[in-house]
Design a protein around this ligand. Structure first.
Ligand code: PFF
Length: 456
């Protein structure tokens, strides 16, 4: 422990696991495979990895810099670092994004609870791939069960937030994360040994460059930001709890690598099975929920595997919902001078309203769309593809143009006690490459670049 007055994470491994806990969640195991599936497979993966390295890593290091330097929450950090300026809108964008993400994320988190119950009661056994698809459709388009589980998940997050069992979570992540990793590896092995598994591996790793379109690139960038939890200040808040000896560069690298590894393992676990059981890779949000039960069916004691897997998935989701809830609660608590408890209630009730509408958008509200997207898809699109990348872009622009390089280097090298061999490369990427690339991807997707070309 450091002797700092502000709370810090207890140990080096605690820092990494808590941050990995925030990054690794449904984004890796649920969202990544269905994004790969609906965006052309390996071509998407390739662009995703490029986005992680060129955009994700520099933005993560930059968020760590802001968090530890200011020792404040997402919105407060900019008030300390750039008082009296408009830069704090980056923090507000993050708080709003956290709130909106919770509005659809809790629905999927609720689904994991339903599957835990089903695994435990044995009702996942003895079914065909077609049965699983029909059952998911019936369940998710219903009213009472999906909403009930969503409420249960929000209540669980709420309880943890108000009782502040941070140390419990830090301790739990130490066991949970390695076990989740072990189960993923075991399921990958089962999946790649299924008949026709190579088709799935080819889909995941053999890129067809013709599939790369502006929308695929935007989706890959959005997934990179979503999965790494960047662009919205969540990591600013976490880094504000880092000790002064924490190596920000290696922590960012380790979190990025682990997060990407988990996503790729999830891909290896899902796609061979998708092809083996003749499920459409473009199935969308239900992909993981209709594919995995088939894999468990092929294992001895399948119900036990599925039970453990969904418990871990729910816990991985919980470490992420806690971090999202914390961003919004801390903001309401500090800015509106409300007690922490009241602030948490305020956030939970707001999230509940969004989550109920999101859940119903799989059933009775399916026909009500916003720009052709259901409410659930619209929240996902707005946050992952617009708010997080824009947040990331402005974080880079702020640090690149307003922060003295000496201060940046001092913080990132812990006052010159550790080297940063690639500092100039990092600074160049952060100041020019990352914001310009994000800007181009946006303009391209909006069709503005095509329009300009037409003028020339
Ligand atoms: N990165 C989390 C996941 O992959 O599930 C989701 C998330 C958590 C996004 C926290 C953003 C965030 F601030």
């Amino acid at each position: 422990m450091t002797t700092n007055t502000r709370a810090t994470f207890g140990s080096k491994i605690g820092v990494i696991l808590a941050t990995v806990g925030c990054a690794v969640g449904l984004g890796n195991i649920w969202r990544f495979p269905y994004m790969v599936g609906s965006n052309g497979g390996a071509a998407f993966l390739l662009i995703y990895v490029i986005c992680i390295l060129l955009l994700g890593l520099p933005v993560m290091i930059t968020e760590f810099f802001i968090g530890r330097r200011s020792r404040r929450n997402a919105a407060g950090a900019f008030k300390v670092m750039a008082p009296g300026t408009k830069w704090s809108f980056i923090g507000y964008n993050g708080v709003l994004a956290a709130f909106l993400i919770l509005g659809f994320y809790s629905v999927v988190a609720g689904w994991t609870l339903e599957y835990i119950m089903q695994a435990f009661s044995g009702s996942l056994s003895g079914k065909t791939a077609a049965d699983f698809a029909v059952e998911f459709e019936t369940f998710s388009s219903g009213i009472i069960r999906p909403i009930g589980w969503t409420i249960a998940f929000i209540a669980l997050t709420h309880l943890i937030i108000i009782s502040g069992v941070k140390s419990g979570i830090e301790r739990a992540s130490k066991v949970m994360m390695p076990v989740l990793f072990f189960i993923l590896v075991a399921l990958c092995i089962r999946s790649v040994t299924l008949p026709d598994a190579t088709e799935g591996l080819k889909f995941l790793f053999h890129p067809d460059f013709e599939k790369i379109t502006s929308s695929v690139v935007l989706s890959a960038m959005g997934q990179a930001f979503f999965s790494l939890s960047i662009g919205m200040g969540c990591l600013i808040t976490y880094a504000s709890y880092f000790g002064k000896e924490t190596n920000l560069q290696t922590t960012a690298l380790q979190v990025t690598l682990l997060d990407t590894l988990v996503a790729i393992l999830a891909g290896i676990m899902i796609f061979p099975a998708v092809f083996s059981f003749h499920i459409a890779p473009t199935a969308g949000p239900e992909l993981v929920f209709i594919t995995l039960p088939n894999v468990f069916e092929q294992l001895p004691l399948g119900w036990l595997w599925s039970f453990i897997f969904f418990v871990l998935l729910a816990l991985a989701a919980l470490t992420s919902t806690i971090s999202l809830h914390e961003v919004a609660t801390a903001y309401v608590h500090e800015e509106y001078h409300m007690s922490r408890k009241k602030a948490a209630w305020f956030v939970s009730i707001g999230v509940l309203v969004l989550a109920v509408i999101s859940s119903l958008s799989f059933g009775i509200l399916k026909e009500y769309t916003i720009f052709g997207l259901t409410f659930f898809d619209a929240l996902d699109y707005l946050t992952a593809k617009i708010m997080l990348p824009l947040g990331g872009m402005f974080i880079c622009i702020y640090v690149g143009t307003r922060v003295d390089r000496k201060i940046l280097k001092e913080e990132l090298t812990n006052k010159s006690t550790i080297p940063f061999h690639f500092f100039n490369t990092y600074a160049f990427f952060m100041k020019y490459i990352s914001p310009i690339a994000i800007g181009i991807i946006f303009l391209n997707e909006l069709g503005i670049i095509k329009w300009i070309k037409g003028l020339l």
